[in-house]
Ligand binder design. Structure first.
Ligand SMILES: Nc1ncnc2c1ncn2[C@@H]1O[C@H](COP(=O)(O)OP(=O)(O)O)[C@@H](O)[C@H]1O
Ligand SMILES: [Mg+2]
Length: 182
């Protein structure tokens, strides 16, 4: 049930570009629920898909990304080290589904760095998971979707989850279909 973005949301999180819609997802009750969401989405992701991961520090962006990368890597992923890209800004992995790029834009200075890091090009041909897309808002790629995770007041582990996507996004359609059967 997509609908125009309903405010208020956390004012520290950047609003999506104009024309994007928001779909409230079932709350993620604990870290295991966030892992289950990553496992549900992994099979429908293809080269050229970008998921922006938005949320405050500790919201679970890296936890989701790490689980998704492991799921895409198959049995090899269980042993793989998936370091945080906080300082390197990007980390790349090989998988049967194609290359996976994990990025964290928190420390990125100039949006021009996207090109220098090769992330711009990677978005065309890899599966890209990008934390802190707020740094490039509102210039979010029109082929991307955004998973927003927000802490729930009074609950230690529960996270509110919202899918933000351009109207008619094929990637959003695939993800919502995958969640419906998960
Ligand atoms: N529902 C949840 N979803 C994701 N992580 C959760 C959840 N509940 C608790 N956590 C914990 O919160 C922490 C989130 O850290 P991290 O994924 O690094 O956050 P971020 O990358 O958003 O800053 C992890 O230690 C994780 O185990
Ligand atoms: Mg992180």
């Amino acid at each position: 049930m997509s609908q125009p973005l309903v405010l208020p949301h956390d004012p520290d999180l950047a609003a999506p570009p104009e024309g994007w819609t928001a779909t409230a997802l079932p709350a993620l009750e604990d870290a295991g629920a966030t892992e289950a969401l990553a496992h549900a989405l992994a099979p429908v992701l293809r080269a050229g898909d970008t998921i922006l991961l938005q949320g405050q520090l500790g919201a679970g962006k890296s936890h989701f990304a790490r689980t998704l990368i492991r799921a895409l890597m198959g049995p090899e992923g269980e042993r793989a080290e998936i370091p945080s890209p906080t300082f390197t800004l990007v980390q790349a992995y090989d998988s049967a589904a194609g290359e996976i790029w994990h990025a964290d834009l928190y420390r990125m200075g100039d949006p021009q760095e996207l090109v220098e890091l090769g992330l711009d090009a990677a978005m065309e041909e890899a599966i890209c998971l990008i934390e802190w897309p707020d740094r490039i808002a509102p210039d979010w790629p029109q082929e991307a979707i955004c998973l927003r995770l927000e802490r729930v007041p009074g609950a230690a582990e529960a996270r509110g989850a919202t899918l933000l996507a351009p109207a008619g996004s094929d990637l959003a359609r695939r993800c919502l279909a995958a969640m419906a059967v998960a």
